[in-house]
Design a protein around this ligand. Structure first.
Ligand code: MF3
Ligand code: CO
Length: 253
C-alpha cells in the first residue's frame, strides 16, 4: 500500500522538506578544502537545530547496525551512506555527496546533492551534471497516470548515452512519517510498469550514478558503499509530491 498524504500531512511534509533543503543548501556552502567530513557532520547537526528539525539518520537502525552520523557524507568513490570522520579531509577536486534526511513535526524531508570542490576532472564534472539532469528527468515523469517505471525509465534514458554505471543496490522510495515507505523507485527500468502514480504520494527520487561499473562494495563499517572499481560516483535527490498536474519539488530552498 502506497500512503496518500492528507492535506494536513502535506503541510507537515512541506515544512520538513523545506528544513531539509535549507540544511543541505547551507551545508553545501561549507564544503571547502581543509574541512573534515566529521566537521561537516557536526555543522549539519547545528544547522538542523537552527532550522527546527533533527537528523533522521542519527540512530537509524538496519539489522544490528545503528547509524552514528547526522548526515551521510560520501567522498569520490564512496557512493552513499559515508560516515563523517575527523581523518577524512576534503581536497580540491573532490566530489562530496551530502545526503540530508531530517524529521520535523513527525514527518521526513530527504534530499541529497554532490558538491564539486573547486576544479574537478572533466569526466567527474560531467557525471555530476548528468546525474542531476537525470533526477530532473525522473521528476518530470512523476505525474498522475504515469507509473513508477516511467520515472525509472526517464532517469535511465538520460544516463545510458554516457555509459555510466547506474547503482542498483540502492533505490529511491516513498517517504512520509517514515524515511523509507513504499514504493521502491529504481533508477533504471521499463516505462509503463510498476505502481500507478496518484496525487498525494510523496516520493524521494534519487539517482546514484558511477563513472564506471554499477557494482558496489560495502566498507567494513557496514554502512559506506563504494564503487567496486574505485571510480567516482554522484548522487542527487529531491522529495516530491505528486499533484493533479505533476510533481511539486518539496526540497527547494
Ligand atoms: N537518503 C538515505 C536513504 O534513503 C539516507 C540514509 S540515512 C542512514 O537511504 F541512516 F541510513 F544512513
Ligand atoms: Co532517500
Amino acid at each position: 500500500m502506497i500512503d496518500l498524504k492528507s492535506a494536513e500531512d502535506v503541510s507537515r511534509m512541506r515544512a520538513a522538506c523545506a528544513a531539509a533543503a535549507r540544511v543541505l543548501h547551507d551545508l553545501a556552502g561549507l564544503v571547502v578544502p581543509g574541512v573534515s567530513t566529521a566537521g561537516l557532520d557536526s555543522a549539519a547537526r547545528g544547522l538542523m537545530a537552527r532550522h527546527g528539525c533533527e537528523s533522521a539518520c542519527h540512530g537509524y537502525v538496519v539489522g544490528r547496525l545503528t547509524y552514528p552520523g547526522h548526515i551521510c557524507v560520501s567522498v569520490n568513490d564512496e557512493v552513499v551512506h559515508g560516515i563523517g570522520s575527523a581523518q577524512r579531509i576534503i581536497r580540491e577536486g573532490d566530489l562530496v555527496s551530502l545526503d540530508v534526511v531530517v524529521r520535523r513535526d513527525g514527518f521526513i524531508g530527504d534530499n541529497a546533492r554532490t558538491v564539486m570542490v573547486g576544479q574537478v576532472a572533466p569526466q567527474a564534472r560531467q557525471l555530476c551534471l548528468d546525474t542531476e539532469k537525470s533526477l530532473m528527468a525522473g521528476i518530470a515523469a512523476a505525474k498522475p497516470g504515469n507509473r513508477v517505471g516511467d520515472i525509472s525509465a526517464a532517469i535511465q534514458a538520460v544516463l545510458t548515452p554516457g555509459r555510466y554505471g547506474i547503482v542498483r543496490d540502492f533505490v529511491g522510495h516513498g517517504v512520509g512519517r517514515r524515511m523509507h515507505e513504499e514504493p521502491q523507485i529504481p533508477n533504471y527500468g521499463k516505462a509503463g510498469t510498476g505502481p500507478k502514480l496518484l496525487p498525494g504520494m510523496a516520493l524521494a527520487i534519487e539517482p546514484m550514478v558511477n563513472l564506471g561499473t554499477h557494482e558496489i562494495v560495502m566498507a567494513s563499517d557496514g554502512w559506506t558503499a563504494r564503487t567496486a572499481d574505485g571510480k567516482v560516483s554522484a548522487h542527487f535527490e529531491h522529495t516530491v509530491l505528486i499533484t493533479e498536474s505533476g510533481a511539486e519539488i518539496l526540497t527547494l530552498v
